[in-house]
Design a binder for this molecule. Structure first.
Ligand code: ADP
Ligand code: MG
Length: 732
């Protein structure tokens, strides 16, 4: 392809120096088109400016321009390494002479062939490497271990080099792709980028930009090759604002779509609903918390409106969200409408169904439950009753989303533990009936400003309070499995119950699994009754196992994460999670919430797999875990760091934020979004001040141009991130 016809959407294979092999490697980094080179921004920057700044006492990376005086080669460390050494003149005041070292492992090949040709007396060279500061009183020259160099031809400084005398970007890479190449291709891509002139804010909206925020076009250029560190941080903030505005555009369009919809049955007559709920409360033996009362008020108001409710109810594990949802359910049911309660796992469906039956059947309300395990005949009956309107309340898993499930007059959908459900599922359910109210429950709440930005199409209620006297279980990050077993034995000795959770059922891999742990537990705990439950058991067997544990006929329940959410066993005091690094943070938080629901405070012991622990050993093989506070001086593996940060979380808010920071908002906007493409530059803790202005910008843009018809570039940018159907056009 001639260079002139190369565009931002061309494949990278048309770039100079990219053959089939490098194309594959680039693809593996997520780089397919020339534009991807721009969107994938540097991991860090090296300050390769030649400066005469003072050399400190620390070893540091520096760039110098030097002239070679003489060279020699030698062996070191018992001949395992070979060193190419050059003495060079430099015009740094503290280092007029430098000793340059290229150190390589000895090899059959001549590793210094090229150096010998290039690094010759008289050559002018740029160098980048680690300098050992000059030692006071030492006669030797300061030494520099060279990491990159370039010969200056005719002694000329190359103007505008992507590599030298500047802040040089460093990209995530893979074996076979050099930073030099990655930089050079960016340079070419940025030429096209400048010509394309995309992504500038319309002139009259520029006053809405927060201080220091600039166009995305400018920011994408400067984030790769900033002139100064300050410019780099302004570029990053600008991109953070840009991302939040795109998210705002997607959310706002979606919200407006939803607002325009009228629902079929506004439930205005609140009277009978509260009467029914009050009767339910009478049977409970406790009163609502203030938070619960407020949440119920908000929800009932929503249900009385003409447009459908889209509300997120955030509240700590154990804050009693189910009861709030039951209030909404009573409201719908007493007016003769249907209600679907969707839960992420079969076990939770089973538990909710059991609970709801206990509470609702005495009031004359039948409760159906539907999972993939429901026997065919029973399923048939339930489907018929739902379609005919004879059954008002159904609890189920994803199977409620299947096309053959239809309702006669579905007025309310409750989705428990939202982190398992993306927007896609929500809209799928909505399509089932005309437009029911929708209530989403989550135990990993996030701050209101963030929630508004991320779930802009939802209203948010937050319950801060836990029922009286309850606290979240303590977390202990264990250094060995033994610590967990000790805790387990202490708990059993007190007559309490415990969970042991593992990531797998059988030996799918080397790690902890249910089969192994059951053998272990039976050996360790003779005379203790142990139940077990996992996803491949039939529904009946699962129920049986859970009931055994519920009735305290078993002291230990060993399980896979089928018990993740919602299991409520008051006497369970200890939760042990093996191979803990293999669980998501929201899952771990749920597990933590499973224990200590009775009188005593629970304990949640996280045991990393031996593999993860092995990755956290210091240079001498010592475990970088001391005195309960780990990694005082070592680098722990990323997975353990994640657990460590999790164990510092005081509540669901902390977990919600940490999860956002580590994982991004995931599939909040549906499956089309790839990876974490939408939010890369936004800093979850430091950029919250950008959220409101970004929403303002999005609203201003849409008020001029509701479907972005006149802003094709912006529309394209939103679609690039959130998929072509981000505005839920399927609803129109
Ligand atoms: P979550 O918000 O995690 O879903 P649940 O709804 O499962 O919490 O409630 C946890 C436990 O607290 C349940 O046993 C429930 O019956 C109980 N509960 C709910 N509301 C209250 C309250 N106001 N006072 C005391 N206990 C309550
Ligand atoms: Mg719950």
């Amino acid at each position: 392809m001639p260079k002139s016809s190369l565009t931002l959407s061309s494949s990278v294979r048309y770039l100079k120096g990219v053959g089939p092999r490098k194309e594959k490697l680039l693809n593996s980094l997520g780089i397919h088109s020339v534009a991807d080179l721009i969107f994938i921004t540097p991991r860090t920057w090296e300050n390769r400016r030649i400066s005469k700044d003072f050399l400190g006492a620390q070893i540091e990376h520096r760039a110098f321009a030097v002239r070679i005086l003489n060279t020699k080669e030698e062996s070191r460390a018992h001949g395992r390494f070979v060193v190419f050494q050059a003495e060079a003149a430099c015009d740094h005041p503290q280092a007029p002479r430098l000793s340059l070292l290229w150190i390589r492992r000895r090899s059959r090949f001549d590793v210094f062939g090229k150096l010998r040709l290039e690094i010759r007396p008289g050559a002018a060279v740029f160098i980048w490497g680690k300098i050992e500061p000059p030692r006071a009183g030492s006669a030797g020259n300061p030494e520099v271990s060279i990491e990159d160099y370039e010969i200056l031809h005719q002694g000329l400084w190359p103007a505008g080099s992507p590599h030298w005398n500047r802040l040089a970007p460093v990209y995530s890479s893979t074996t076979g792709l050099a930073q030099r190449e990655l930089r050079r291709w960016r340079f070419e891509a940025l030429d096209l980028w400048r010509q394309a002139r995309v992504w500038s804010w319309p002139q009259e909206l520029r006053p809405l930009l927060p201080q220091g925020v600039n166009n995305a076009a400018w920011a994408y250029e400067k984030i790769h090759f900033p002139e100064t560190l300050d410019e780099k941080s302004r570029a990053r903030r600008s991109l953070a604002f840009w991302e939040m505005t795109l998210l705002g555009l997607a959310m706002e369009q979606r919200r407006q779509k939803l607002m325009a919809i009228k629902k079929n049955w506004p439930l205005t007559e609140a009277g009978s609903g509260s009467a029914l709920f009050n009767r339910l409360l009478l049977g409970l033996g406790f009163s609502l918390t203030e938070s619960q009362r407020r949440a119920i008020d908000e929800i009932l108001q929503d249900m009385g409106r003409l447009n459908p409710m889209n509300r997120l109810l955030q509240g700590e594990v154990g804050s009693g969200k189910t009861l709030v949802a039951l209030a909404a359910l009573c409201h719908a049911v007493s007016a003769g409408y249907q209600c679907a309660f969707v839960a992420p796992t079969e076990i939770l469906v089973f538990q909710h169904a059991m609970n709801f039956r206990r509470l609702l059947e005495p009031l004359g309300i039948r409760v159906g439950s539907l999972t993939s395990d429901t026997p065919a005949k029973e399923r048939e009956e339930i489907l018929e009753e739902l379609a005919g309107g004879a059954l008002l309340v159904v609890v189920g898993t994803h199977s409620l989303l299947e096309p053959e499930v239809s309702f006669q007059r579905l007025a309310l959908i409750v989705i428990d533990e939202q982190h398992r459900f993306g927007v896609d599922q929500r809209s799928m359910l909505r399509r089932k009936t005309v437009t029911p109210d929708c209530l989403v429950l989550t135990a990993t709440p996030i701050p209101r400003t963030l929630a508004l930005a991320l779930y802009g199409d939802l209203d948010v209620t937050t319950m801060e309070e836990l029922p009286l006297g309850r606290t979240l279980a303590k977390i202990h990050l264990a250094r060995s499995e033994q610590e967990a077993w000790t805790a387990l034995q202490e708990c059993l000795a007190l007559g309490q119950q415990a969970f042991v959770v593992v990531p797998a059922i059988e030996d799918e891999d080397q790690g902890d699994n249910l089969t192994k742990v059951l053998i272990r537990l039976r050996q360790m705990l003779p005379g203790i009754s142990i139940a077990s439950v996992h996803g491949r058991m039939s529904g009946r067997d699962k129920e049986e196992a859970l009931l055994t544990f519920h009735r305290a006929q078993a002291q230990v329940l060993a399980a896979t994460t089928v018990i993740e959410v919602g299991i409520d066993v008051p006497r369970a005091a200890v939760m042990i999670v093996l191979s803990a690094e293999r669980f998501g943070l929201a899952t771990l938080h749920q597990l933590r919430g499973r224990v200590g629901r009775g009188e005593s405070r629970g304990l949640c012991v996280l045991v990393p797999s031996s593999e993860a622990l092995n990755h956290s050993r210091g240079p001498e093989g010592e475990l970088l875990f001391t005195n309960g506070s780990i990694f005082q001086n070592g680098i722990a593996s990323e997975s353990i760091m994640r657990l460590r940060r999790f164990s510092g979380c005081r509540n669901g808010f902390d977990v919600g934020l940490l999860d956002l920071e580590l994982r991004g908002p995931g599939d909040l906007l549906g499956k089309e979004q790839h990876g974490n493409f939408s939010i890369r530059h936004f800093d979850w803790s430091g950029d919250q001040d950008l959220i409101a202005p970004a929403r303002g910008m999005a609203q201003a843009i849409l008020s001029r141009d509701p479907s972005l018809g006149c802003e094709p570039a912006l529309r394209h940018a939103v679609e690039l991130r959130y998929g072509t159907n981000y505005a839920m056009n399927e609803l129109s």
